[in-house]
Design a protein around this ligand. Structure first.
Ligand SMILES: [Zn+2]
Length: 95
């Protein structure tokens, strides 16, 4: 959910269908297709379970398996190599 890239200073966190960036520009993020796929996979996870239920399930996975083996992160990492993830995805214009 909060994926760290290139050290701990660049990260993205998804809440619902919004990807929040920290320490990385929108442009830089949008140039990293694998990273986009990863975070969009989390958007789908939110959509599947609803925000509160997903946060609860994610937390439970995190407590049991940690970050890396968390099933939601395993799925998101697999999505990084799957072009289908971004089919039907549009990014809102910059505000
Ligand atoms: Zn993630």
């Amino acid at each position: 959910m909060a994926a760290k890239r290139m050290g701990s200073t660049q990260m993205a966190m998804v809440v619902g269908r919004t990807i929040y960036l920290h320490g990385v520009s929108r442009q830089r993020f949008l140039e990293d297709t694998g990273w986009i796929r990863h975070e969009v996979c989390h958007v789908y996870q939110y959509r599947q379970y609803g925000i509160l239920r997903f946060l609860w399930l994610y937390w439970r996975e995190y407590r049991r398996h940690g970050y890396y083996q968390n099933a939601f992160e395993v799925a998101a990492r697999a999505a990084e190599r799957d072009p289908e993830v971004l089919r039907n995805i549009d990014f809102a214009p910059k505000v």
